[in-house]
Design a protein around this ligand. Structure first.
Ligand code: SF4
Ligand code: SF4
Length: 357
């Protein structure tokens, strides 16, 4: 082997132990039991007799350095200088002294950070990156989160849902996002508009053609230049052609709508993991507060809260009462958009929520 050979430097996830609270490091793998003392506070006890309290708070999501410094100063003064962010972007402060818990909560509340998000509450909404980091979003997913969490504040600081509620938002139809009890996703309703002057210079045409899931894109010569054309009868408005070819603009202030899907979950507790199903489509993508979306999510949550049995997740509740009852209870219209009528789905139609044969 040549002297020039060097091992590749892997730059994956950093070693988490260096950042852990010493009590957590010392008791790794030794935790015996835990309890939720009050909404937003977890108490873990190890077999060695050590205890640690975790105080969970919500933030406004996209944080400036001033806010992060403020949170770190709170951790230094009221906590024990150890914090972490959860996958749903809550911030958690870990303390080994129970006497610190109440002053820490009071300080967080004074500074405008609600404490909650544990147990059967509506925890922070997970969202995709949107305008801050991505080049294709059709909405500001984090803005939807802020608007919604302002409305759902009481459900974050209390644990009064039948089970935990995970909400997510997603700013395009094709990439990030995942299964959630309630998901708010972009839904394009018109095929892309092609700027033929730019396609030849910017797009690698074969990759764009290959990208379309329904083979609706063909190479074409337009105004004497190589370009692309879309068969609009086939196009399902997914937006997959837009990232590799920005001149195929699909984002539109009017025709890019929001849709609500419900009933997904990753956990396999009590019932197996499940996919979300569409319940509302064509909602206006209206910043800065997205009022129609907030109203509808609140309505679904209220029905779930009143009607579900203890420990039923949203999807389990709907499966028990049946989808017709769900639409009756929520007053949501059942429209043609709920029917998976894409002809390529003939093998999957039986997987649709609404049609069985
Ligand atoms: S969901 Fe789509 S638009 Fe939003 S950050 Fe992910 S890839 Fe970008
Ligand atoms: S939006 Fe989707 S279906 Fe329509 S042309 Fe682009 S990739 Fe194909």
């Amino acid at each position: 082997m040549s002297d020039q050979y060097r091992e590749a430097v892997e730059s994956g996830v950093p070693d988490p132990f260096q950042y852990m609270h010493p009590v957590m490091r010392r008791n790794y793998g030794q935790w015996d039991w835990h309890e939720r003392c009050r909404p937003g506070v977890l108490h873990h006890r190890s077999v060695n007799g050590d205890s640690i309290w975790t105080v969970r708070a919500g933030t406004q999501r996209q944080m400036d350095t001033g806010t992060i410094r403020k949170l770190c100063a709170i951790a230094d003064e009221y906590g024990e200088s150890h914090v972490r962010f959860t996958i749903r972007s809550n911030i958690e402060f870990m303390v080994s002294d129970e006497a610190r818990v109440v002053p820490l909560i009071d300080k967080l509340n004074d500074e405008g950070f609600p404490v909650g998000g544990t147990g059967n509450s509506v925890s922070m909404i997970s969202h995709t990156q949107g305008f801050l980091h991505c080049d294709i979003p059709a909405t500001d997913a984090s803005g939807v989160v802020k608007a919604l969490m302002d409305e759902l504040y009481e459900e974050f600081v209390n644990e009064r849902m039948p089970n935990r509620v995970h909400i997510s938002t997603s700013c395009c139809q094709i990439n990030c996002g995942g299964q959630a009890d309630i998901a708010i996703n972009i839904q394009h309703t018109k095929p892309p508009m092609i700027n033929h002057d730019l396609v030849a210079n910017i797009c690698e045409r074969p990759s764009v053609v290959a990208r379309c899931p329904v083979a609706a894109i063909r190479p074409a010569i337009v105004n004497g230049k190589p370009s692309l054309e879309v068969d609009e009868r086939k196009c399902i408005c997914c937006g997959a052609c837009y990232p590799p070819c920005p001149p195929m603009q699909i984002n539109d202030p009017v025709n890019s709508k929001l849709a609500i899907w419900i009933g997904g979950k990753n956990s396999n507790a009590r019932s197996k993991p499940s996919f979300m199903k569409l319940v509302a489509a064509g909602l206006p993508n209206k910043p800065p507060r997205w009022p129609e979306v907030s109203a509808l999510v609140k309505k679904i949550l209220k029905c779930y809260q009143e009607d579900a049995r203890d420990w039923e997740r949203v999807g389990e509740w709907v499966e028990r009462i049946g989808w017709p009852r769900f639409f009756e209870k929520t007053g949501l219209p059942f429209t043609r958009f709920h029917v998976d009528n894409w002809k390529g789905a003939k093998y999957t139609l039986n997987h649709s929520t609404h049609i069985r044969f």
